[in-house]
Design a protein around this ligand. Structure first.
Ligand SMILES: Nc1nc2c(ncn2[C@@H]2O[C@H](COP(=O)(O)OP(=O)(O)OP(=O)(O)O)[C@@H](O)[C@H]2O)c(=O)[nH]1
Ligand SMILES: [Mg+2]
Length: 468
């Protein structure tokens, strides 16, 4: 029993907002006692005598509120439930006040309850399913993907993952590694007796095949789709902040016209910057100013439309002028997307020690740059890449088969196998080979859930919605 699963948890598991019907889900040792006093079945049966997986009609009676609410109760007794605990679901009408009254009634119930009942945290039902061995981590990730999926193909790949297909493939590779390690370790034990259980050639051959299998998994991940799509990156800021100069400096060529006259850029100028595997389409748009000041209104319209379609927005400021004054002219409502603050012309203000961002901007990452000297450009590039790798960029249809965390694990495992192969080729002793291969298998374990470090688990499950 995990200490945190001793509580009984409770949540509305239908989406918030208007809906025809609502489901309140309760899981834990007190799930059945918690509704005993308030639920009155239509037939003469007590909740504890209801068979598992049966639905029973009845009503919730709340004399204090003078309310009688028609409900259907579903009872799933442990271990035959999603969480492997006793689960009660109350299906009722989808009216928010009614749902809230029922939640309060259950939470305030104290008589006959031995352990606590509380509202669940996001993903806690699924976390319990995982802790009780009902599902593995890859399946938990798949559930999250199903909840978040927006297209049929995303849903298909999430369902495939839920069926345990991914886990099976990963476990297969892990088994291959473990059995190879067992061979090598036995050879080490017998090394003084001149018995060769497995030749170096066979070892490398097996490791190459394991490496190929991992590569296959990495490549099948549609996360690569992100890399084949361009990330629309708009530079937004006051005239003369140095947007066109930055575009030229980042691209390493003169793509946009630069001049010291504010309002130089009229049309949207674009160019593709490749960082790592990702293509960023840099869009240098007309500088923001009061719309009425636009000499060419179309320039302003084009800039607005670029902003709307941006995946990332670089808010560019002239670091040698007052940031607040520049900010006043900008319409931050337009920049709901992923933002990086760029303080340009830092060559003109070499001392940054007293620099402070206005409060509205403090939530964004920021970087000092100089389009003139090239300072800070590498930092800006790595921040752009981070935005993609950390999955902060909202693009349709790019939900990965593996998420960034899993994909990273596959990559690290692959590197360990490569290291083991290199050790083999360099005639290093078997101990080195085994060490790397064991690590490769452990890392794969992160995907199928053999690590249970609390913080990693919490990180995964807190991304769920409440009630799932
Ligand atoms: N010292 C210094 N000058 C810069 C830097 N970046 C741009 N400038 C100068 O600032 C002026 C304006 O640069 P642009 O790149 O045209 O600025 P912009 O933001 O594209 O301006 P608009 O197109 O008018 O909106 C030019 O004279 C540039 O040479 C920088 O990092 N340091
Ligand atoms: Mg310009």
């Amino acid at each position: 029993m995990f200490p945190e699963t001793q509580d009984t948890i409770l949540a509305v598991s239908t989406p918030a907002g208007r809906s025809f019907h609502a489901v309140i889900r309760i899981s834990g040792p007190e799930a059945i006692p918690s509704i005993k006093e308030i639920f009155v079945p239509s037939t003469n049966i007590k909740p504890e005598n209801i068979q598992t997986f049966t639905a029973i009609k009845g009503r919730i009676e709340l004399p204090a509120e003078l309310l009688t609410i028609p409900v259907v109760l579903y009872i799933m007794k442990h271990p035959h439930s999603y969480t492997r605990e006793d689960v009660v679901e109350i299906h009722t009408v989808g009216a928010k006040p009614i749902v809230e009254i029922i939640l309060h009634a259950i939470l305030r119930k104290k008589t006959g309850i031995k352990q606590g009942i509380r509202l669940s945290r996001p993903g806690e039902f699924t976390k319990r399913a995982f802790l009780h061995g009902r599902i593995d981590l890859a399946q938990a990730e798949a559930i999250k993907n199903i909840i978040r999926s927006q297209s049929d193909s995303e849903l298909d790949s999430a369902i495939l993952q839920l069926s345990g297909n991914t886990s099976k493939q990963i476990k297969y590779i892990q088994n291959e590694i473990t059995s190879l390690c067992a061979y090598i370790e036995t050879s080490i034990d017998f090394s003084d007796q001149d018995i060769e259980l497995i030749s170096r050639l066979e070892m490398t051959d097996k490791m190459e095949r394991i490496k190929d299998a991992i590569v296959h998994l990495i490549n099948k991940s549609p996360v690569d789709k992100i890399f084949s799509e361009e990330i629309n990156t708009v530079l937004y800021g006051k005239p003369n902040a140095g947007k066109s100069s930055l575009v030229n400096a980042l691209l390493g060529k003169k793509r946009a016209i630069v001049s010291d006259r504010p309002g130089t850029t009229r049309d949207t100028v674009t160019g593709v910057l490749r960082i790592g595997n990702v293509n960023f389409r840099l869009m240098d748009v007309a500088g923001v100013d009061d719309a009425k000041e636009h000499v060419f209104p179309e320039a302003g319209e084009k800039a607005q439309s670029a902003l709307k379609n941006a995946h990332v927005i670089l808010l560019v400021f002239d670091g040698s002028a007052k940031i607040n004054l520049q900010l006043m002219k900008m319409n931050l409502n337009e920049v709901a997307n992923s933002v990086i603050i760029v303080i340009n012309k830092c060559d003109l203000t070499p001392d940054h020690s007293a620099f402070e961002l206005p409060d509205e901007l403090k939530k964004y990452p920021f970087v000092f740059t100089s389009a003139l000297t090239g300072e800070g450009l590498d930092r800006l590039k790595s921040q752009l890449l981070d935005k993609v790798l950390e999955g902060q960029i909202n693009q349709s249809n790019t939900l990965p088969f593996f998420n960034v965390h899993q994909k990273n694990a596959l990559q690290r495992s692959y590197e360990r196998v490569e290291q083991a192969i290199a050790s083999c080729r360099d005639n290093m002793s078997d101990e080195f080979v085994v060490l790397d291969m064991r690590m490769a298998a452990d890392i794969l374990g992160e995907i199928v859930g053999e690590i249970t470090t609390e913080d990693i688990l919490d990180k995964i499950f807190c991304e769920f919605c409440i009630g799932k």
